[in-house]
Design a protein around this ligand. Structure first.
Ligand code: 9WN
Length: 527
């Protein structure tokens, strides 16, 4: 698809420079996040990229999502990486020979012809597909874009809401920090501390060839990432057997927002969207019930295996090792309050640990093939939707770390008004400094014990999370704050050279430059 340049925009404008970044990162069928550090296709990157690309070439935006969903597994999962076979194996770690999707993933229905990872990333895809459709409904209809995407997106949500309901409370769990997308967030420190790292010499990090070591996750983090991924692979990518399971507010909020989008897609295709909207509302209620902390005024992650016999150690124990800073409330400096504290107390007293049976999940038989009609999958998902609520839930424990993930449910239309108002206040308060000391919302608590303004997801500000906050502010009528954030995003994208992430105070560029989702979301904000 040819690029559509607006002749009214001056040459060299922000719009043009953002478009050039996407042009440079386009491979012919999809867009790399950045050629050096991330030379393949990434799942949630592609969703954000498509949202920007739709303003330049709706055809490319559709193709971006079609390529990704073309690598979907039979069980419904959308892999977090689709590998480009022409890129050398040692350009990125872990490479296809680590994941071995076409052999190790056979039982889970991994594709035979394309190599992928076996984990997932946040489900932004239905939202992206709907926004891409809206950019050029005529083209979309003429290519049957939505009717081809719908059954795949429905199978994807079904996978997450059933196979991944490891806590039994209706929400999806991530089984690896890479799945949530904020790889080294301090939220993972406690659950990761129970994972024995893989031997440092058993793998070679390619990321350090491109990124500075101070900005990237540590070797110890990588040892644990490798261990979790290896165990998952060696178990045939079957769900429910791993050591790590976390219910994350951002991952689930994106799933719910995408469920609303899927309802809109179903309606566009002539089916009823009401059941999906209703399910999205039920999920919003489950999110509030399981992850909202009224005293802290934000959402927290739930460590599904935290504080039970499986993990062995409850928070407050000393499961962490060599020089890792504590993720514990007692080391946090501030006294705990509210639900978080009582949650911890009950997990320490071992009140929740005996319900392991709920984790195996007696679910409806999976449909292994993508369905042919929107109506059929709508009906089936309604039927299977009944099963999740019949499971007993396990409590686990909330993780007392403030991540920007805990603000992102602001994107949800069915969020109770008082919760939305509280989130807006928390975003502007001392922990996130939005509209105050911070230029953009940091990935992690400015006052947190693990805060580092340059280390990846432990403090720097990212454009995708801030773009989501901007949307959430607008959705809940906070137009002034949204406008301010939009202006800050555009300015920072411009001055940082479309950086991967920035110092939240100064806007100084970190990580890769010419990063695709930064450019794509800039374009979206310009429209
Ligand atoms: C692991 C591609 C991805 C993003 C993630 C970001 C980073 C990969 C890595 O890059 O993760 O998936 O190698 O660090 O954390 O959010 O999707 O841009």
């Amino acid at each position: 698809g040819a690029y559509v340049y607006d002749p009214d925009r001056p040459a060299g404008s922000l719009h043009l420079r953002a478009a050039r970044v996407l042009e440079g990162n386009w491979t012919g069928t999809s867009t790399v996040p950045s050629h050096g550090l991330y030379p393949h296709q990434w799942s949630w990157d592609s969703a954000f990229i498509a949202i920007g690309l739709r303003h330049l070439s709706p055809l490319r935006a559709q193709t971006e999502l079609e390529t990704l969903l073309g690598a979907q597994w039979g069980d419904g999962r959308i892999p977090h990486i689709v590998f480009n076979p022409s890129v050398p194996l040692d350009a990125y770690f872990p490479s296809p020979d680590f994941w071995r999707s076409s052999t190790a993933g056979r039982a889970a229905g991994a594709p035979r012809t394309v190599q992928t990872s076996g984990i997932v990333q946040p489900p932004v895809h239905a939202l992206a597909a709907w926004l891409v459709h809206q950019a050029d409904p005529g083209l979309s209809r003429s290519r049957s874009f939505l009717s081809r995407m719908y059954p795949r997106l429905a199978a994807w949500h079904r996978y997450l809401l059933h196979r991944r309901d490891l806590g039994g409370g209706g929400l999806a769990s991530v089984v690896h920090p890479w799945e949530q997308g904020m790889d080294n967030s301090p939220c993972w420190d406690a659950p990761l501390s129970r994972v024995t790292p893989a031997a440092p010499r058993s793998f070679r990090r390619a990321d350090l060839d491109h990124g500075s070591a101070e900005d990237r996750p540590t070797d110890l983090d990588y040892g644990r990432y490798v261990r979790l991924a290896t165990d998952y692979r060696d178990g045939g990518y079957a769900d429910g057997a791993g050591e790590f399971a976390v219910e994350d507010p951002a991952f689930n909020a994106l799933l719910i927002a995408s469920e609303h989008a899927l309802a809109a897609i179903a309606q566009e295709l002539g089916a009823a969207g009401t059941a999906r909207h209703a399910r999205a509302e039920r999920l919003t209620a489950a999110l509030v019930e399981r992850l909202w902390d009224p005293a802290e005024g934000m959402f927290f992650c739930r460590d599904v295996y935290g504080g039970d016999e499986r993990g062995g150690e409850s928070y407050g124990g000393d499961a962490r090792d060599e020089g890792e800073s504590g993720a514990l409330g007692s080391e946090r400096g501030s006294p705990e309050s509210g639900a978080l504290a009582s949650e911890r107390r009950s997990s320490e007293s071992g009140a929740h640990g005996s319900e392991r049976g709920s984790r195996s999940g007696a679910l409806a038989p999976e449909q292994h093939s993508a369905e042919s009609s929107a109506h059929a999958s709508e009906r089936r998902s309604r039927q299977s939707g009944a099963h999740a609520s019949e499971q007993r839930s396990r409590a686990g424990a909330l993780i007392p770390e403030r991540s920007v993930a805990g603000l992102l449910p602001l994107i949800l239309p069915a969020l109770p008004r008082d919760i939305a108002a509280t989130l807006v206040r928390t975003a502007g308060g001392p922990h996130f400094g939005l509209g105050g000391v911070a230029r953009l919302a940091p990935s992690y608590d400015l006052t947190g014990h693990a805060f580092d303004p340059h280390r990846y997801w432990r403090g720097p500000a990212w454009f995708n999370t801030n773009w989501l906050l901007e949307r959430g502010l607008r959705l809940h009528g906070e137009h002034g704050r949204a406008e301010e954030l939009r202006a800050a995003l555009l300015e920072t994208a411009d001055t940082s050279g479309f950086a991967e992430y920035v110092d939240p105070y100064t806007g100084e560029a970190c990580g890769a430059l010419g990063f695709s989702w930064t450019a794509a979301l800039t374009l979206d904000l310009l429209h």
